[in-house]
Design a protein around this ligand. Structure first.
Ligand SMILES: NC(=O)C1=CN([C@@H]2O[C@H](COP(=O)(O)OP(=O)(O)OC[C@H]3O[C@@H](n4cnc5c(N)ncnc54)[C@H](OP(=O)(O)O)[C@@H]3O)[C@@H](O)[C@H]2O)C=CC1
Ligand SMILES: O=C(O)C1=N[C@H](C(=O)O)C[C@H](O)C1
Length: 266
């Protein structure tokens, strides 16, 4: 590729935004050209000013639409949808890392993907996507005979629950049992499991500065299988999102996921 892919980040001063700023300069095919922040905020002290020397910083998409190719968004559902409209207006591609969308917002994302290229992932780590890949096989083998639980652990500031990753894991398991998640998910532990076949229980822990851990339990009489992923640094998500943006650059339109990017061999 002759010229580098130009990247803008929305949510740039957030935990994920800062992680991407500190990672992107190490990756040769891409160049950070713009930061979209919420209000006119001072640059956080844990952002190295050298890394954003020639980068435009604005709280207005219209200031930067002509200096980037792909927007990497880690903000909140309301802001993501606002940026989706603007990416459609200016025909820009978008990597969506934000989680916590309601059904109407998910419909909007799907609708816009008819016009622009969108890659949506609740978790950009290689590890979680590898687990999603093998979960189908495990569930098809033992899902019907086991109690299934998903436990997620995040930092005390996380706004949505269960996590987007936990919901994606639940959806993958449900689909492997030929069910929709809303037909088998149990969020309320007072429900007697004996009454529900093929249920998937969710548990949520919010504490300290936990980056993002997920455990899936398949429990039967006499044994249980526990599959756990622990993110120890947000760099794992940042690298995945940047890798996804390089992949998405070639696409004109459509809704994609990390499954399309990683193409694990079965
Ligand atoms: N897919 C994945 O792999 C991962 C997804 N996530 C998800 O990403 C999202 C963000 O997580 P995290 O970075 O920890 O959250 P933070 O709250 O640390 O960061 C979000 C940032 O977005 C800013 N923001 C909100 N609205 C706008 C806007 N319209 N324009 C520009 N900036 C805006 C916020 O500003 P202000 O504080 O002023 O509101 C804040 O700085 C969450 O939904 C989380 O679940 C997180 C990690 C990995
Ligand atoms: O809010 C976070 O931090 C994270 N959110 C994502 C989710 O909701 O699954 C991904 C990761 O677990 C970190």
């Amino acid at each position: 590729m002759s010229s580098k892919i130009k990247i803008a980040i929305s949510g740039a001063y957030g935990k994920m935004g800062k992680s991407i700023i500190n990672t992107i300069y190490k990756i040769k095919n891409v160049k950070l050209t713009a930061l979209l922040i919420n209000k006119n905020k001072i640059i956080p002290n844990n952002i190295d000013k050298k890394k954003i020397k020639n980068v435009k910083i604005s709280n207005n998409f219209n200031d930067i639409y002509n200096i980037f190719d792909i927007l990497i968004d880690f903000t909140c559902p309301k802001s993501t949808i606002e940026y989706l409209y603007l990416c459609h207006k200016y025909n820009k591609k978008i990597i969506i890392g934000t989680t916590g969308f309601n059904n109407s917002e998910k419909e909007k994302i799907k609708k816009f993907s008819n016009k622009i290229a969108i890659l949506l992932s609740s978790n950009f780590s290689i590890g979680i996507n590898l687990i999603l890949n093998i979960l189908e096989k495990i569930t098809k083998s033992i899902g019907n005979d086991n109690d299934i639980e998903i436990i997620e652990y995040h930092h005390r500031n996380k706004k949505d629950a269960p996590s987007g990753t936990a919901l994606t894991i639940g959806k993958t398991i449900a689909k492997s049992m030929k069910l929709k998640l809303n037909e088998c998910a149990i969020y309320d532990k007072n429900i007697n499991r004996n009454k529900i076949k093929n249920s998937i229980g969710f548990s949520v822990i919010r504490a300290g500065d936990i980056i993002g851990d997920h455990t899936i339990i398949f429990a039967n009489k006499g044994e249980r299988i526990e599959i756990t992923h622990k993110a120890s640094n947000r760099i794992t998500f940042a690298k995945g999102a940047i890798k996804a943006s390089i992949w998405l650059y070639k696409k004109k339109r459509g809704l994609f996921s990390m499954k399309d990017v990683l193409k694990f061999k079965n």
